[in-house]
Structure formats: C-alpha cells, structure tokens
Design a protein around this ligand. Structure first.
Ligand SMILES: Cc1ncc(COP(=O)(O)O)c(C=O)c1O
Length: 441
C-alpha cells in the first residue's frame, strides 16, 4: 500500500507507533501540540489535565523554566561530546548530584539513554561483576512475574508481562521468575499491603534448585508500575534483601518509575527502607525532556572492575549518547527544580489526600480494587468477559474526551500525576474518572 507520491505533513502512515493500536489511532488521532505545568494542549486547542506525568516521567510538570533554559544554553555551548575516552564537566557534575540524593551506599553512576538500556546495563554489570571477582559461574538472572523491565532482550527475559515476551522467541536462557505479589486478600489496600512477604521465600526455592553459585542477580521493581501498580507487601523487599545477601546474589531495584519522587522519596529504596546493590533509573532523571537513564552502583561493585592495567578499559559497555551534554544539562536543571520546589516532600505531603480521593471511587461500577502509594495509584476494573482491556481502554478514551489523561494497562487504570499537582487538580482528575466510570458500559 506504499504510495511515495502522497507524503504530506499530516500523513500519518509512515510513523509506526510504539505500544499503540496503530490502525485505531490513525483512524481517530489524539495529538498533543503543547504542554505547560500540569496541562497538555491538543491539536484542537483543548486543555487536558496530565494525570500520568506523560509516561510516568514529567515529575516536575511541563515547560519548567530552568529546564527549558538549560537545554537552550547547552545547545549553544556544547551540543555533543564523544562519550568514550572523553568527558565534559556536566556528566561528572550530574553524577555527583544524583549520588547526593541516592540511597546510602550508591556511589557511582553509569549513563544510558532509557530505562530499557539501564536494565540491560545493570544485568550485564551484575554478571561481569561476579566474573571480575573470579566467580564466573554466577550467570543466572531472576526476575518476577508481571515485572516490567523495558523491551530489550535482557529486560523482557527477566520481565514477566506475557504479551511483551511471547512474540519474541526464546529470549535469554538461565532466567527464573519469582511469583508476582498481587494477592486478592490485599484488595483496597492503602499504601503497602499486609499480605505477601512470604512470596519472597520462593527465592530460597529457586536458589535451592540451581545452587547459589550459579545465580548472579535478582531484579525487581520495588513498586511494579507498568503491570498496573503493585505496591510491595510489608516486609517483602527486606526478605529479598536478606536472602540475596545470604547467598552472595546481587539485588537490583528497577527504579525507572519509582526514582525521583514518585513514591514520596527520592527513590523507592528510601521509601521502603531497603537498599539494593544496583539501581536502574531513567524517566524523572531529566523530567522526561531529553532521553536519559542511569545505573547506580555501590563502591563494592564499581571497585571490583578497577583492577588490571590502568590503561585498559574496565567495562566493555556504553552508548554513543551515554552522558550526552544536552541530557546532562536537562538532568542538572531537573534535580535543581526538584530541590528548589521540594517536590519529593510535596509528593509525600499530598499522598494522604491523593489516597482518600482515589479510594472514594470504591463502589463505582466495575471497580474491583484500588491501590496507591506516594503519588501513584491504580483502579482495577472487572474485564468485559472475553474482551480483556476493552473496558479500561474505553475509560481512557472517555477521560481524554472529558479533559484528563489517564493510562491503562490491561483493565487497570494507572495514575501518576506530576508532583506539582494541587489538591484541585486531584479533585478534577478523580472527579472526571468517577463520572467516566459511572457511565462506562
Ligand atoms: C520499571 C521500568 N523499567 C524499565 C522501563 C523501560 O524504560 P524505557 O521505556 O525508557 O526504555 C520502564 C518503563 O516504563 C519501567 O517502568
């Protein structure tokens, strides 16, 4: 159906959209043309309240003056610098600023360009770390059912979202999965659910099956976002920490969503009081404005590589855009914005109001669970029999028409507003969602 003579600016055919029902979208496009504060402007000139911080990334809201200015200045000053065997000051400065707010013990930053790349990087570092210490048999990776770790081969191998895995062949071998933590007895939990710490004990079974000497790392999201907001049960993450430590296995927290204030602290690790060995992040690092991710590592992991001749590259890994100057400028301005406006504290302060508003939807048609932590929340709907995802997607379309951007995954509505939200914005978002649910078929 290719017609090369018919390319006009508003021809939608060429762009193959990611994670999108392309044909449906192109039949009735939803286009944003501007954004400021907590609002998007649509191509028709409508204002839409951002209930999802873009894709869980614009934690400081949109068109933030410091970030805009920093990017403009950086483009004039130093647009690009080679990432290998060369440096530029802002890459070092940003790494220091990230470490300033990172959990105790995180001392080094390896730059990537996305959450997916952060995951691949962390998995590779974990395996290479054991090898560097003479423990090369430790190669197995353990993820979790319903986990989302991006879309690259390592990430979908340790990930546990079936639709993201089943189309793509045999994936990495040597991977096991812990059970997910979504238990019916936890329905309508506020904050961390009571039940489920015992699910971490499954790690002992997997370790027993393979022997600890074969296992490199366990990777989990401290709060599983993309699968529909599964908050860690009380005690669960600490158990994972204890078991991994006991067996010399690295623990990786994938904090691509929980990093940078989402759960009312800089990182989920701090919110939940458990420190892993490696942390992946992205999204909020630059407020989503310029693509950037990072892996944070302890001194122990970093230093294990700093052996051998000093003229030798220690880690054969990196990206053309690792520590890109534009991204570093955006990152520095983003962290400054978070600090000046105390946005992580603001998220923590707003969380109780958010929780009450969200749980006020209990009892509305089709609602079977509501859960929340920090400024994140989910409303789970009963699927239409034989048509999974349809009901929630209709809610997404209806909310968009009613002026609110929400996100759906399966039949779960996931909400993650910018940390600059006012109570009136929460009222509008939850009020609109309530109206949508009341009318939903
Ligand atoms: C926990 C987690 N890891 C990895 C990713 C992938 O990030 P990206 O889309 O930037 O590759 C995401 C994205 O939502 C995520 O939530």
């Amino acid at each position: 159906m290719s017609d090369r003579t018919a390319r006009v600016p508003n021809d939608l055919r060429a762009f193959w959209m990611p994670f999108t029902a392309n044909r449906q979208f192109k039949a009735a496009p939803r286009m944003f043309v501007a954004a400021e504060g907590v609002h998007y402007t649509t191509a028709e000139g409508r204002q839409v309240l951002d209930g999802t911080s873009g894709l869980w990334c614009c934690n400081a809201g949109h068109k933030r003056p410091k970030i805009v200015e920093a990017i403009q200045k950086q483009a004039e000053e130093l647009d690009y610098a080679p990432a290998f065997q060369m440096g530029h000051p802002k890459a070092f400065e940003l790494a220091n600023r990230v470490i300033d707010i990172a959990p105790e013990g995180m001392e080094h930053v390896f730059y990537t360009n996305s959450g997916s790349e952060s995951v691949e990087t962390a998995l590779k570092i974990a395996i290479a770390y054991h090898r560097a210490r003479g423990d090369a048999g430790r190669t197995r990776l353990i993820g979790r059912e319903r986990g989302y770790h991006g879309v690259n081969f390592g990430g979908i191998s340790v990930g546990g979202i079936v639709a993201n895995r089943k189309h793509f062949g045999s994936l990495l071998n040597g991977v096991d999965h812990l059970p997910h933590t979504h238990l019916p007895e936890n329905a309508y939990s506020r904050g961390q659910p009571e039940h489920g710490a015992h699910l971490a004990d499954e790690l002992e079974r997997i370790v027993g099956l393979h022997d600890p000497s074969t296992i490199a790392a366990v990777i989990v999201e401290p709060m599983a976002g993309s699968t529909g907001v599964l908050i860690p049960p009380k005690g669960y993450l600490q158990k994972l920490r204890d078991i991994t430590k006991k067996h010399g296995i690295l623990l990786i927290f994938d904090e691509v969503i929980t990093g940078f204030g989402r759960v009312g602290a800089a990182f989920g690790s701090q919110r939940y009081g458990v420190t892993p060995d490696l942390i992946t992040c992205a999204k909020g690092l630059t407020n989503g404005v310029i693509p950037m991710g990072a892996v944070l590592a302890t001194a122990e992991i970093h230093d294990a590589f700093m052996t051998g001749p000093e003229n030798m590259i220690e880690l054969f890994h990196g990206y053309t855009y690792s520590g890109n100057p534009m991204a570093c400028a955006a990152g520095l301005a983003t962290l400054e914005t978070y600090r000046e406006e105390a946005l992580f504290e603001r998220a923590a302060d707003l969380a109780p109001y958010w929780e009450d508003a969200l749980h006020s939807l209990k009892g509305l048609p089709h609602v079977i669970d509501i859960r929340n932590d920090g400024l994140i929340g989910a409303v789970e709907l009963e699927p239409i029999a034989g048509q999974p995802t349809r009901r929630a997607f209709q809610a997404f379309l209806d909310a968009y028409e009613a002026g609110c951007l929400i996100r759906t995954t399966g039949d779960i509505i996931a909400l993650s507003p910018p940390l600059i939200f006012e109570k009136a914005h929460i009222d509008q978002l939850i009020g609109t969602l309530g109206d949508v649910l009341k009318k939903l078929g």
